[in-house]
Design a binder for this molecule. Structure first.
Ligand code: NAP
Length: 212
């Protein structure tokens, strides 16, 4: 599959490396592609470009930018380049403020998630929340004593969620589908929960598992 990864930070790089590892074609997108040159020199099979180029390249897309800039990054990518495509949304609506006793502050409310805002603006894209509630070091085939970790996903398109689930299976995750885009109101705050042991005790190597 051709995957456009929108972002130039650690999350974008980790996911791009995962897609390459599993034999997909990757183009990473940034406002300043030059900042990806060093990374690309170590990953010669990946290409780099602007947000719009990466979005046009991808049959499926990954959104891996700062939460406050997510809508702006997608505007730069161009709505037409998103239409009909899976957009795996790894973003979190983290406020520009320090955590309070280890608890991150969000700029959204529990009545509307960031992913719903994005879905409302870019109606032709098929957003699927994924990869937002675990550290990027564990995105790709993580090994835990407790077995396979669970990735909570949601989105309005069943077909897009099936595509995302196939990718997550390759990346070594079991998938728990929580329903439509509204479920991102619950999945995005899992990031807050995941980060608490990190901020309080410098523990950053866990993941969630749903027991049945
Ligand atoms: N860090 C983790 O382990 C982790 C885990 C799960 C989820 N997340 C979430 O994943 C996302 C990416 O995190 P990150 O730590 O890799 O990177 P980040 O520092 O949160 O974001 C960097 C990206 O945001 C883009 N950006 C910033 N301001 C922008 C603007 N005004 N307009 C357009 N784009 C803008 C940058 O674009 P340019 O390339 O153009 O500079 C860059 O690609 C975040 O939403 C984060 O909450 C992080």
């Amino acid at each position: 599959m051709k995957v456009g990864v929108l972002g130039s930070g650690d999350v974008a790089k980790a996911l791009a490396a995962g897609f390459l590892k599993h034999g997909h074609e990757v183009m990473m997108g940034s406002r300043t592609p030059a900042r990806l040159r060093e990374w690309a020199s170590g990953h010669p099979k990946a290409s780099i470009g602007g947000f719009a180029e990466a979005a046009a390249f991808g049959e499926a897309l990954v959104l891996a930018v700062k939460g406050k800039a997510a809508a702006e990054a997608l505007r730069l990518a161009g709505a037409a380049n998103l239409t009909g495509k899976l957009v795996m949304d790894a973003t979190n609506p983290i406020e520009d403020a320090p955590p309070a006793k280890g608890v991150l502050k969000f700029f959204t409310s529990l009545d509307q998630s960031l992913m719903e805002q994005l879905q409302n603006e870019f109606t032709g894209a098929h957003f699927v929340k994924a990869f937002n509630s675990v550290g990027n070091a564990m995105f790709v085939n993580p090994q835990f004593k407790g077995g396979k970790p669970t990735m909570f996903i949601c989105g309005n398109s069943e077909a897009a969620k099936q595509s995302a689930s196939r990718i997550l299976d390759e990346f070594g995750w079991e998938v728990a589908d929580m329903g439509g885009a509204e479920a991102a109101r619950a999945i995005e705050p899992l990031c807050m929960l995941w980060c608490i042991p990190g901020f309080l005790r410098n523990q950053w190597t866990h993941a969630f598992k749903l027991l049945l």
